[in-house]
Design a protein around this ligand. Structure first.
Ligand SMILES: N[C@@H](CCC(=O)N[C@@H](CS)C(=O)NCC(=O)O)C(=O)O
Length: 204
């Protein structure tokens, strides 16, 4: 399998963490791309977004949630996406919440780094979405042992906030979140997938 990605993307990191958790990372070749300029990406994914996964037979998958679902199925199923009931609903809900908050964070970062900085009327809404999502996650019981898409999604959101805004501490006033993220610092899937900047940083 080929995973087309940017190492700045929280959604690409989501797929990489999922692959590591499932023991599939060794089967995936990473292809770094700039989604904003790479015409080859548009040729396989009409949205020209990362992550995009190309399977061995050429079939193309995009949307991080769909890719993670495929990887979970490939690993036997029911691990990152519990098969039924409350656990499944929780994994889907927190995946959706953290995807939305990561999208808001990406839009906010892109707006902030425009030169000269522009007043984006959506900025307060993005900031509220991120803060309210973190407050909601603070009340969740995140597992330090078994990862579902809930834990994968939260790790991606917190990792992206640390990467883009190291000076803004989302931990303040959120002790459970802070404790969980500290405990995850040496988890192999987290260590192996850390964000990094390319020579030229694409947006966002
Ligand atoms: N919902 C998508 C979001 C993917 C996404 O927005 N990726 C960004 C990078 S973080 C991207 O490729 N942006 C390029 C663009 O929007 O044209 C997913 O979960 O995969």
């Amino acid at each position: 399998m080929q995973l087309w990605l940017a190492f700045t993307s929280p959604f690409a990191r989501k797929v990489r963490i999922a692959a590591h958790e499932l023991g599939l990372a060794g089967e995936i070749e990473l292809v770094e791309t700039d989604p904003w300029t790479d015409a080859r990406l548009r040729a396989v994914n009409p949205l020209a977004k990362v992550p995009t996964l190309i399977l061995e037979d050429g079939e193309v998958l995009y949307e991080s949630s769909a890719i993670c679902d495929h990887l979970d199925e490939r690993a036997g199923g029911g691990r990152l996406f519990p098969r039924s009931g409350r656990e499944r609903r929780r994994a889907l809900r927190l995946q959706g919440l953290t995807d939305g908050a990561a999208t808001a964070a990406g839009r906010l970062f892109a707006a902030e780094r425009r030169a000269p900085p522009q007043l984006d009327p959506m900025t307060p809404r993005f900031e509220q979405a991120i803060a309210a999502s973190l407050d909601a996650i603070e009340t969740e019981s995140l597992s330090k042992d078994v990862f579902t898409m809930a834990e994968v999604g939260v790790a991606c959101l917190l990792g992206y906030l640390d990467f883009r805004w190291p000076e803004r501490d989302f931990r303040a006033g959120r002790p459970a979140l802070s404790d969980w993220w500290t405990a995850m610092a040496d988890r192999p899937s987290i260590v192996a997938t850390a964000h990094r900047l390319p020579a030229v940083d694409p947006l966002p």
